[in-house]
Design a binder for this molecule. Structure first.
Ligand code: GUN
Ligand code: FE
Length: 430
């Protein structure tokens, strides 16, 4: 029982009340990890079976769990590294740190911390890069199964321009990805994604191998990085001179499609945005990372309102990103749009964190809403979680103001509880 909020589509404005469903005294009936009924509390109470356990979260908000569309599981100890730009950050901090994930014991220890942080911050589904080592994917998916979370992830494929301890080969990358798919895809709630890191770290031969995987497993997500930083773009285009631009490199290897998730995609040309749109590929905005690494200002609103709109996801990009919180993430997304002379209204933000990301993952039949028949991954949010938030809450008059307060001031402290498949997980964290 609580105040229920979920989205039906992308809100067009702050008073687009048809775009969401809000129940000021709502109820969710949960059975075997699934939402079986949702609506006004009195109606749900009337149809609930005898002896059902009732949890009262009033006056807090209940939303679908947050979805983080792009982050790096082996970068929990890279976060907060002092670098001038992307390529320096990768070479100085990130690649050396990822080398440690060859050790299962290390990968398993970090995986526990990783899922603890997801739950603490109300993220119930995440889409992660593991390291190049199969051990890291094994640790990532095993821990997801232990917690029964719906997670997407992939063993990174990379065979050049990185330290020796972080390289596979076209054959190894192919074979180990196939092994990860057969070991983990569809086990529990796991999804395996084909994961070439980016064009700089894959030879054309390895890109051919990813093309083969994409053909063999057309239902799998594909994730990589695209057009994040100007030096990166220049170097990438030098490595693939036959391609007309960065996006075209991925297109040439069959990696541009509706299951493709491109991290960053900040500096796209009109041609690239058209190609992304026509393919139904997703541009994943990582605001804290883009600011932290000085990568640029992602034109979210401009891409979304094009005649050929680009599908959009939102994400933390830990450890280039600087917060695990999707609330902090969307606060920074808001500020980026401000600098671009655009407004990102709070309804849009909460749509993107929940249903929008679920749609971008083609998983909206399972997660991202409070609809009956979907999985009971939920969060409970308190907009008065800190003294300063409580003080502001005193003068907060509407739902949209409350959401904006939560986004502007909130973090993990605002997440009262995180439910995964109907089970409270945050309150039982050690
Ligand atoms: N491009 C290639 N690898 C990475 C990474 O780990 N983080 C970010 N932000 N960009 C990348
Ligand atoms: Fe990334």
């Amino acid at each position: 029982r609580g105040r229920l909020l979920s989205f039906k589509r992308l809100p067009q404005s702050l008073d687009d009340t048809d775009s969401y469903a809000y129940e000021s005294d709502g109820g969710l009936l949960i059975e075997s990890g699934m939402i079986v009924a949702t609506g006004p509390y009195a109606d749900i109470k009337a149809q609930a079976p005898e002896g059902v356990v009732e949890i009262d979260h009033r006056p807090h908000l209940i939303l679908p769990g947050f979805i983080d569309m792009h982050l790096h599981f082996p970068q929990m100890q890279v976060i907060a590294s002092y670098a001038a730009n992307l390529l320096e950050w990768l070479n100085t901090y990130t690649f050396p740190e990822e080398c440690r994930f060859v050790e299962s014991a290390h990968a398993e220890r970090i995986a526990k911390h990783f899922y603890d942080e997801m739950i603490r911050h109300g993220t119930t589904t995440a889409v992660a890069y593991c390291s190049v080592h199969k051990t890291s994917a094994d640790a990532y998916f095993a821990e997801a199964m232990r917690r029964n979370m719906r997670m997407v992830g992939g063993k990174v494929m990379m065979d050049r321009h990185a330290p020796q301890g972080l390289l596979d080969t076209p054959e190894m990358g192919y074979d180990e990805t196939r092994q990860v798919i057969s070991d983990w895809h569809g086990k529990g709630r796991n999804h395996v994604a084909i994961t070439p890191r980016f064009a700089i770290t894959s030879t054309p031969a390895q890109m051919e191998a990813t093309a083969t995987l994409a053909r063999e497993f057309p239902d799998l997500h594909i994730q990589t990085h695209l057009s994040e930083n100007h030096d990166e773009i220049t170097f990438t285009c030098e490595l693939y001179p036959e391609a007309i631009d960065y996006t075209d490199i991925y297109a040439r290897y069959g990696l541009l499609g509706p299951k493709s998730l491109f991290g960053h995609a900040i500096h796209l040309s009109e041609r690239e945005a058209d190609a992304m749109s026509e393919a139904g590929a997703v541009a994943v905005h990582c605001p804290t990372s883009n600011l932290f690494l000085g990568s640029g200002l992602f034109p979210l609103k401009a891409l979304a309102r094009r005649e050929k709109p680009v599908r959009i996801g939102v994400a933390t990009d830990i450890g280039g990103g600087s917060s695990y919180s999707m609330l902090r993430t969307m606060d920074e997304a808001y500020k980026i749009q401000q600098l671009l002379g655009e407004r990102l209204n709070p309804l849009e933000s909460y749509y993107y964190m929940t249903r929008g990301n679920a749609e971008s993952l083609s998983l909206v039949d399972k997660i991202g809403t409070l609809d009956a028949g979907t999985e009971a991954d939920l969060i409970v949010l308190n907009a008065a979680a800190t003294p300063a938030m409580a003080l502001k809450m005193e003068v907060t008059k509407s739902l949209t103001e409350e959401l904006f307060l939560l986004q502007t001031m909130g973090d993990d402290r605002a997440v009262v509880e995180t439910y995964v498949a109907g089970k409270p997980m945050k309150s039982i964290l050690q």
